[in-house]
Design a protein around this ligand. Structure first.
Ligand code: ARG
Length: 559
């Protein structure tokens, strides 16, 4: 139930719309005054009456009901009290009935959202820089599905470019089939790094020739390329599996090889293409941007050319309602250019393309050992978190069964939550101690709260049901209000492309529940209170689980 909306719909003010009334409704600093308040000062001018008189008049016209049980006018404020027992009853009923679909909706029915995320580069390290795109994209994927959208997850593979010529050249020179097969992505990366440190002009030109061979369909060159691609995907898929990430399409840059010419033709036909120093560009100066490069002087296509082709292909194939690109803010200009060019081409759907930009992740512990120079492999970060989680569990609860499984859920959850908790545009410094803290704003804290709820529920044999007309106390009411806010939170996260809304919500609900847990007896409470509190505990568990599931984080039974 959206109370602000409900209240706004019941209030009529001449020349003021319900929307405006709703946005003026606020939460009073102190809940003794009321659960919601409407300050009447801003209406004084329009109505030519004092705020005190307006509040008084609105109060007299407001009929209380089983949702809003009390209205009062105080010093120009109209204060509302929500019927707490009615609210508790409807929220608990809804959550206990809906279970793991609580918070879901059908608002997206009939609409398709494409999400371009993770988008790894073949034969290159899958490193900490890919963490945010992977987990933010993965969470948005789940959030939109939960809201009834048809979602297409796209891994726009970086599988195009001269680096593959270099790789083949390096492999032919120093590589060993069995070693590379066994060593996978790490062996491939070693070859690539070696090429870049040792290559002379002769090797560089050899690499260009190998790239040309891939392009022209040479069998051997293509077999090698496909093999490198396969080894990379095998590797990244293991990591996706740990992070609960899935894709519907792996159409990468190479997929658009034969789809760029029609775009170039169309740009020409629409007089958008210009020559500049031998290259073909779209001039974007009138829009305050540097030109968008379409073809290099040697006729080769560019990253932007393939993105233009990809956008058109996605529109034709999926007829998306929106197409999101979860890519670091370093590419702000690139996406502005690409979206602008599509707009200039007359694609009215260019307005439905969204660059979901996010900040950088760096490690607090810069000295962390990595297999290769400065690059921090994501796999190493995940493993280190699992290891640390395991050590913490061994210390806190050495007799726990399923210790390994729990350490996995806790460690992986910490990696995901660590990257998701902050507003996505902020740069973050990843700290192992921080993301694994039981006391902080962490997934571990939320998971621990779930384990606590599970433990209480397991002690009550036989059922419990929502008591009728129960009046919740202050701590219980806080939990109820937080529980009621979950569906709106999910919608908010989708609207802002901000999974952190869900992450913050989970911490907030867990904090309120823990305050209740510490201050109120549950199993030994008297009369209806025990039943009510058990229902509240169960509803909290359900809601916290739903929130974490949307982020791709699992919940251990015990901790
Ligand atoms: N592979 C690119 C990179 O690592 C990201 C691709 C993002 N998606 C896109 N359609 N451009 O920088």
């Amino acid at each position: 139930m959206d109370y602000k909306q409900y209240i706004a719909n019941k209030i009529k003010i001449e020349n003021v719309g319900a929307e405006e009334i709703m946005s003026a409704i606020a939460l009073p600093p102190n809940s003794d005054m009321g659960d919601y308040a409407l300050p009447c000062f801003k209406f004084a001018k329009i109505l030519r009456k004092s705020p005190v008189a307006i509040a008084e008049e609105l109060k007299n016209n407001f009929a209380t009901d089983d949702v809003i049980s009390e209205v009062s006018a105080v010093n120009g404020y109209l204060n509302f009290k929500v019927n707490k027992s009615g609210l508790a009853d409807s929220v608990l009923n809804r959550i206990l009935n809906e279970g793991d679909s609580y918070g879901s909706s059908r608002e997206g029915a009939g609409k398709t959202i494409c999400i371009d995320y993770s988008s790894v580069n073949i034969a290159k390290p899958f490193h900490i820089g890919h963490l945010s795109t992977t987990v933010i994209g993965g969470a948005l994927y789940k959030i939109y599905k939960f809201l009834g959208y048809n979602v297409v997850g796209i891994n726009h593979l970086g599988d195009y470019g001269t680096q593959f010529g270099k790789l083949i050249s390096a492999y032919k020179r120093w590589g060993d089939r069995e070693e590379v097969q066994k060593g996978g992505i790490h062996a491939i990366n070693d070859l690539y790094v070696r090429f870049n440190t040792e290559a002379d002009e002769k090797m560089e030109s050899e690499a260009r020739e190998y790239f040309r061979l891939i392009e022209s369909g040479d069998k051997e060159a293509n077999e090698l390329f496909e093999w490198f691609k396969e080894l990379t995907l095998e590797y990244v898929n293991q990591i996706y599996k740990k992070l609960n990430i899935t894709f519907d399409s792996y159409a990468g840059e190479r997929f658009y090889t034969d789809k760029m010419q029609p775009i170039i033709d169309e740009l020409k036909a629409k007089n958008l293409l210009k020559e500049s120093e031998g290259a073909q560009i779209v001039d974007l100066e009138p829009y305050g941007m540097s030109p968008c490069l379409i073809l290099r002087s040697d006729g080769a296509s560019l990253y932007a050319t393939r993105d233009l082709a990809a956008a058109v292909y996605r529109k034709n194939t999926y007829d998306f309602y929106k197409c999101l690109y979860v890519v670091a803010y370093q590419q702000n200009l690139h996406f502005k250019q690409v979206f602008k060019v599509l707009e200039l081409m007359g694609k009215e759907w260019a307005k439905d393309l969204v660059h979901v930009a996010y900040g950088m992740v760096s490690l607090e512990d810069g000295a962390m050992s990595t297999r290769k120079g400065k690059v921090v492999w994501l796999e190493d970060v995940i493993n280190k978190c699992i290891e640390k989680a395991s050590a913490i569990i061994n210390e806190k609860n050495p007799d726990l069964v399923n210790k390994e499984e729990t350490a996995n859920l806790v460690g992986i959850g910490a990696v995901i939550f660590g990257a998701l908790y902050n507003n996505k545009i902020k740069d973050i410094v990843f700290s192992y101690d921080k993301v694994l803290s039981f006391e902080g704003e962490t997934s571990v804290y939320v998971q621990y709260t779930c384990a606590r709820a599970n433990s209480v529920l397991s002690k009550r044999e036989g059922g419990y049901k929502i008591p009728q007309n129960y009046s919740p106390n202050a701590q219980e009411s806080e939990v109820i209000k937080a529980l009621a806010a979950f569906p709106a939170t999910v919608e908010d996260a989708a609207e802002k492309y901000e999974p952190s809304c869900v992450a913050r919500y989970a911490v907030d609900l867990a904090q309120k529940f823990n305050k209740f847990y510490i201050e109120c007896k549950i199993l030994t409470a008297e009369g209806d209170a025990a039943d009510f509190r058990l229902c509240l505990t169960k509803a909290t568990l359900v809601t916290l689980k739903n929130a974490l599931t949307l982020l791709g984080i699992g919940v251990p039974e015990k901790m």
